[in-house]
Design a protein around this ligand. Structure first.
Ligand SMILES: Nc1ncnc2c1ncn2[C@@H]1O[C@H](COP(=O)(O)OP(=O)(O)OP(=O)(O)O)[C@@H](O)[C@H]1O
Length: 355
């Protein structure tokens, strides 16, 4: 396993004026389970291909444990890859498919056997080891592809590119949990590309969120939920995402339309130094119906019962705002007073969190 460093790494495809990957520097720790998450076109595949060696970046370097591998071909990087669709040998048995990467590295047969058995057990393939791969479904073949990716202990990293695309939703859920267990047991460095936030949040210790060619936040699922570093993270993570409301600083208060919300003097001082248009960000989970204390008045648009929670949609300062309430909450008027939890109220300027 290796520590992976990206140093001033950026990429422009030939003929493109703009960066598909904005120049950036970051470190991916040895043994970490990382998910690379972002919408279509944000640059995930470009970054993964640079790490795997399929693409040479137009600038910057990739280091594996301090060694510059930027221009090394994939075969010389000592990585394993799992793609969207199965890559296995139909004529071989499941055992031989799993053993292939180990035999290729000239491991001794007793070691091959014990490692294949270990992986087969985790992926629930023990009963299938003697079967020929040709007779298996696409889903079963993809599980073997996962096993082939995970079977070597000596790889710098295992890279997954949307590996569960062909898998049925129920099995997907089980596999995500198994992958997490494999990571805990085997301590492999895993990088998992996905555009699905549930997949990223259940699999990874660290989620790397990409937006318009930039990593806008690398953090635990809890960090992304509680302190989004960018409005995109606030909006993209969570269901529904963070409420984002344009606002102005006015002395010791925040102005939202015709209403004001008092803030403490340290925060006011910090925001005064920003000198740019501000956006207040608050998750639907951190707004309450309030009777006293600082509140904001909002017009009720609708209240939906989602089973374990109720979702209130309201209008505040010309903006639609979402509030998650308890399952027994009721709203008996067309106006409500809302309290914002101060510690969960974030401020952004030009997309970035400033307080
Ligand atoms: N070979 C290429 N030549 C020119 N531009 C490219 C090439 N490959 C990707 N791009 C552009 O680079 C940007 C990032 O693409 P990339 O495929 O890395 O995004 P992605 O996040 O992986 O998207 P998806 O989830 O759809 O695969 C996009 O604007 C895309 O159009």
């Amino acid at each position: 396993m290796a520590k992976i460093e990206l140093v001033g790494l950026g990429h422009k495809y030939p003929g493109n004026a703009d960066y598909s990957l904005q120049p950036q520097t970051m470190t991916w720790q040895d043994g970490g389970a990382y998910a690379l998450l972002g919408p279509s076109g944000c640059g995930k595949t470009t970054l993964l291909n640079i790490i795997s060696g399929l693409l040479i970046p137009s600038e910057g370097q990739v280091l594996f444990d301090g060694c510059d591998v930027t221009r090394l071909p994939t075969e010389q990087r000592n990585i394993a890859q799992v793609f969207q669709f199965p890559v296995i040998y139909d004529t071989m048995t499941v055992f031989d498919n799993l053993a292939f990467p180990l035999r290729n590295r000239k491991l001794r047969e007793p070691e091959v056997k014990s490692r294949v058995q270990e992986i087969a057990e985790i992926l629930d393939l023990t009963g299938d080891l003697k079967r020929r791969a040709a007779g298996l479904s696409a889903e079963e073949k993809q599980i073997i592809s996962l096993g082939r990716g995970l079977v070597r202990k000596d790889v710098a990293a295992v890279l997954f590119d949307e590996p569960l695309t062909v898998i049925d939703p129920h099995v997907k859920w089980l596999l995500r949990r198994q992958l997490k267990r494999i990571h805990q047991q085997l301590k492999l460095s895993l990088i998992y590309v996905t555009h699905d936030q549930i997949e990223a949040l259940t699999f990874a210790d660290q989620v790397v969120v990409m937006y318009e060619g930039q990593v806008v936040q690398m953090g635990t699922p809890q960090d992304l939920f509680e302190t989004p570093a960018h409005t995109f993270v606030g909006h993209f993570i969570g269901s529904p995402g963070m409420n984002l409301l344009p606002c102005q600083l006015e002395g010791q208060s925040i102005r939202l339309g015709t209403q004001t919300l008092p803030i403490d003097s340290a925060l006011a001082g910090k925001l005064a130094s920003i000198g740019q248009p501000l956006t207040l960000g608050i998750r639907p989970e951190f707004i309450q119906l309030a009777e006293d204390g600082p509140t904001l008045d909002a017009e009720v648009l609708r209240l939906e019962d989602l089973g374990t929670v109720k979702l209130l949609t309201a209008q505040l300062a010309g903006q639609t705002i979402k509030i998650k309430l308890g399952e027994h909450a009721s709203v008996n008027s067309d106006r409500v007073r809302l309290g914002f939890t101060p510690a969960r109220t974030m401020f952004y300027a030009d997309g970035r969190r400033v307080a």
